[in-house]
Design a binder for this molecule. Sequence first.
Ligand code: NAD
Ligand code: WQD
Length: 340
Amino acid sequence: MNILVTGGAGFIGSHTLVELYAAGHTAVVVDNLSNSNPESLLRVADIAGIGVIPFYQVDIRNRAALEKVFSIHHFDACIHFAGLKSVSESVEKPWEYYENNLSGTLVLLDVMRRHGCKNIIFSSSATVYGDPQEIPITEQCPKGQCTNPYGWTKSMLEQVLTDIQKSDPEWNVVLLRYFNPVGAHPSGRIGENPNGIPNNLMPYITQVAIGKRKELGVFGNDYPTPDGTGVRDYIHVVDLARGHVCALNAILRSCGMAIYNLGTGQGYSVLDMVKAFIAVNHVDVPYSIKPRRAGDIAACYSDPTKAQVELGWKAERGINEMVRDSWNWQRNNPDGYGNN
Ligand code: NAD
Ligand code: WQD
């Protein structure tokens, strides 16, 4: 299949491109580079053993530019990663988050349907469950109250996509709810490239380990979890990337509307992650306990059975590979792709 990959220069998009090519698909990338560097695409091409990845530096809110891309290429499906993703920034700049994520997706969907491409895989998030009513979380678990505008953009876009599919059954919509993506390609050539101070745990750990930051603040040790620190379902980005390739099969089967959790089903605490990182990589990660972070929940992990049964997908990489590959990427690229 020929796939339009929006946001393909970013963290998850770049890893997904590698897996798409490995599975025999082709891709065209549209990205405005607001949170990425085109160097990632050069490295993806190297890893995938192809000459060059077709790339358009286009903002998906720019209808005319997007129309042009669709007039040049025929797409069988779109994997839609493009969006702003920082929880804390979304609290400070809600308008920018709603405008970028909602308007961008609405323009994309309109251009897609005008060109007869009605197959989309959407990057959603476990954040749509809010404080989940049940753990492990199945797809049956009702969506909850999000604690930040970023989360609401995901929840709202899930609704938009659901309603569009309901009104026009020619659409195939796959909502993938990611849990906590970490790790990097084992080559150490592509990985997560955060701008400024990382919000997320793993990039913070790697930046402490390499000496860019003094210590990790562990946000709370009084949660009702085995060691008191927050528990999450960390998933290796290569497993996550492969989940998208499997989701294309659902589209080929004309799935209509489908929702899948992409997680391992295994929860690890903040201290589990820190201790594994130290033990596997033989580097120190100084940390101290800080107050709880506003909006955090105690524990969140998936029941990934549905993706296994229906997509034939299962996460295969464990905590040791996650911490090893995160460190391998950071160590080989202390300044990421060089833009921060
Ligand atoms: P990322 O920031 O590395 O990648 C997103 C890409 O989208 C970037 O390259 C950015 O330049 C591009 N982009 C943003 N707005 C755009 C626009 N208007 N037009 C064109 N390109 C635009 O983020 P990521 O971690 O790879 O996440 C990919 C997707 O997965 C996002 O939608 C994110 O919300 C979602 N997601 C991420 C996580 C996570 O923890 N990383 C978890 C759940 C869901
Ligand atoms: C994980 C754990 C923190 C940083 C967020 C978004 C979610 C999704 C993934 C996009 C928590 C603790 C963290 C630090 C810490 N993103 N922590 N010190 O909050 O589960 O999910 O990213 O869709 O929408 O909400 O991930 O990596 O920020 O935190 O102690 O410096 O690590 O308290 O327990 P989170 P995270």
